[in-house]
Structure formats: structure tokens, C-alpha cells
Design a protein around this ligand. Structure first.
Ligand SMILES: Nc1ncnc2c1ncn2[C@@H]1O[C@H](COP(=O)(O)OP(=O)(O)OP(=O)(O)O)[C@@H](O)[C@H]1O
Ligand SMILES: [Mg+2]
Length: 256
């Protein structure tokens, strides 16, 4: 049965979308069957991969307007279910307890068809993110060097603990990996952030591994060509770092 991975940090611009696309395409390249669900109304994953934007979206599936099969698109890098701005309505529409499980019901229904299902998430504390923590087996948490982004991981961990606590645990997810993105080796603040993240990681659900992804302008360029960085610039340092990060992730979850 496939694994569901939520790529999460409640803070913005930390590399969630980039990480989702790189992990999905690298694992696809290893022969794994991979689906990406764009669960962010910004739709950055959908616009960074070759997608048909007239096709049903994840919101259409949630609203039972289309089946999940109708929403799945096939690209050369991975399968994808796109997002749309409609997804921003979720936090106002899906308020009762049972509604929190709708994304899990969708991913459970297709888990047998995939090795990995990645969910790209929105940069805010939200019902949408709670839905991903309930659906996920694992969480990958990218962060930038700033204090605010690193605190986003602790906030995520607190939310996860609440879902796991109480009379009935509603999440099996553990944080498998923290990625410090746009890493610049020579800058002291990155070394300090890395030390701090290694300490924080020991206290988090799942005791995640910590790994650094270096900084490169190829990350932004690749999106304009609707390509993963690993395809656009195979030898780029960011491509190499993501390949290593995937290996670390697979080892952590016992899949290597
Ligand atoms: N390793 C990197 N080096 C340089 N730029 C990067 C790197 N990773 C991501 N970026 C760039 O940083 C910006 C933010 O990255 P990304 O969109 O992946 O973050 P995000 O967490 O998904 O943002 P949001 O919270 O808005 O969804 C993008 O322009 C992306 O191209
Ligand atoms: Mg994003």
C-alpha cells in the first residue's frame, strides 16, 4: 500500500512546492508510481508542471462533482491532481468533524494504485492543513533559515500532537524529514539554524532527520519551463541535494 506524504510548513515561501515536485519526480525516475495532489489554492504545483487546467481539480473531487479517477492527470514526471482557487472555500465549508476526513477518504481510495502520494500544502494554519495531517503517513517539513519559518515546524508539531492526543487519535502521521532550504554554507546564520533544527528535531513527533538543500537560481528557472529542477538542471547542486534528501527519506521510512 502506498504512503501519503504531506509537505508542510504553516509559513510561506519555504520550499514546500519545490520539495513536492522534486521528491515526486525523483521517485518517479526510480520507477515508483507517484501522484501529487496540489492542495494549495495558489496552485503553484499545478502551474509548475505540465497540466491541463480545464480538467477537474481536487476541490471538484471533494465536492463529489467528479471522481478521483477523472481528476488524475498523467505527466512525464508524475501523476497530478490540480488545485484551483475554489480550494480556498474549504475552510468555510468543511467545518464538522467528519468533513476533516474527506481528503483521507480520497487518498485511501487510491493508495493501492501508488507507491507515494505527495500533498503540497498551503502556508497557513487551516482546516486544509489539518486534513493533510489526517491523511498523511509522513510529513516532510521544509523551512527557510528565519526564526518565523522554523517556528512553523513547531506549530505544525503542536497541531499534530493535538490530533494524535485525546480519546481517539485521528492521525498516524510522523515528521520524517526537515529540509533547511536555500542553504548557504558560508553564512553563519545557516550553521546556527542547522544546530537549532537538529535540537528541535529530537523533540518532534517522529524524530525527523535534518538535511540541507543549497541555494540556486535554477530552482526558480525550472518552474518557468514546467520542469522539475532535476530535469531542467540535472547536475545542479539543488538537484543533487534533493536526490540525497530522497535517499535519506526512504531510509528513514524503511523503504530503501
Ligand atoms: N533551494 C532553493 N534555492 C533557491 N531558490 C529556491 C530554492 N527552493 C525554492 N526556491 C524558490 O523560493 C521560492 C519559494 O519556493 P516554493 O514555492 O517552493 O515555496 P512554498 O513553501 O511552496 O511557498 P508557498 O508557501 O507560497 O506555497 C520560489 O521562487 C522557489 O523557486
Ligand atoms: Mg507552495
Amino acid at each position: 500500500m502506498g504512503k501519503v506524504i504531506s509537505v508542510s510548513n504553516q509559513k510561506g515561501g519555504v520550499g514546500k512546492t519545490t520539495t513536492t515536485i522534486e521528491f515526486a519526480s525523483i521517485l518517479s525516475g526510480k520507477g515508483k508510481k507517484v501522484l501529487v495532489i496540489d492542495f494549495d489554492p495558489q496552485g503553484n504545483t499545478s502551474s509548475s508542471l505540465p497540466c491541463d487546467h480545464t480538467k477537474p481539480t481536487i476541490f471538484d473531487v471533494m465536492e463529489a462533482k467528479n471522481t478521483v479517477t477523472e481528476a488524475i492527470q498523467h505527466s512525464e514526471y508524475c501523476d497530478i491532481i490540480t488545485s484551483s482557487s475554489d480550494l480556498s472555500k474549504v475552510d468555510a465549508l468543511y467545518l464538522d468533524f467528519d468533513a476533516m476526513f474527506i481528503l483521507k477518504d480520497i487518498t485511501d481510495s487510491i493508495k493501492d494504485d501508488y507507491d507515494f502520494i505527495f500533498i503540497d500544502t498551503t502556508p497557513a494554519k487551516s482546516i486544509k492543513n489539518t486534513m493533510t495531517y489526517i491523511a498523511a503517513d509522513y510529513i516532510i517539513a521544509p523551512t527557510e533559515v528565519d526564526k518565523n519559518s522554523m517556528e512553523g515546524i513547531e506549530e505544525l508539531n503542536n497541531d499534530l500532537k493535538k490530533l494524535k492526543g485525546g480519546r481517539t487519535s485521528v492521525s498516524n502521521a510522523s515528521i520524517a524529514l526537515i529540509l533547511l532550504t536555500r542553504f548557504t554554507k558560508r553564512a553563519v546564520m545557516y550553521q546556527l539554524a542547522l544546530d537549532s533544527l537538529n535540537n528541535i528535531a529530537k523533540t518532534l513527533e517522529g524524530s525527523p532527520e535534518v538535511f540541507c538543500i543549497r541555494n540556486s537560481v535554477a530552482s526558480s528557472e525550472a518552474k518557468d519551463f514546467e520542469q522539475p529542477i532535476g530535469v531542467y538542471a540535472t547536475k545542479n547542486q539543488v538537484s543533487r541535494d534533493y536526490r540525497k534528501a530522497v535517499d535519506i527519506f526512504l531510509k528513514k521510512i524503511g523503504e530503501n
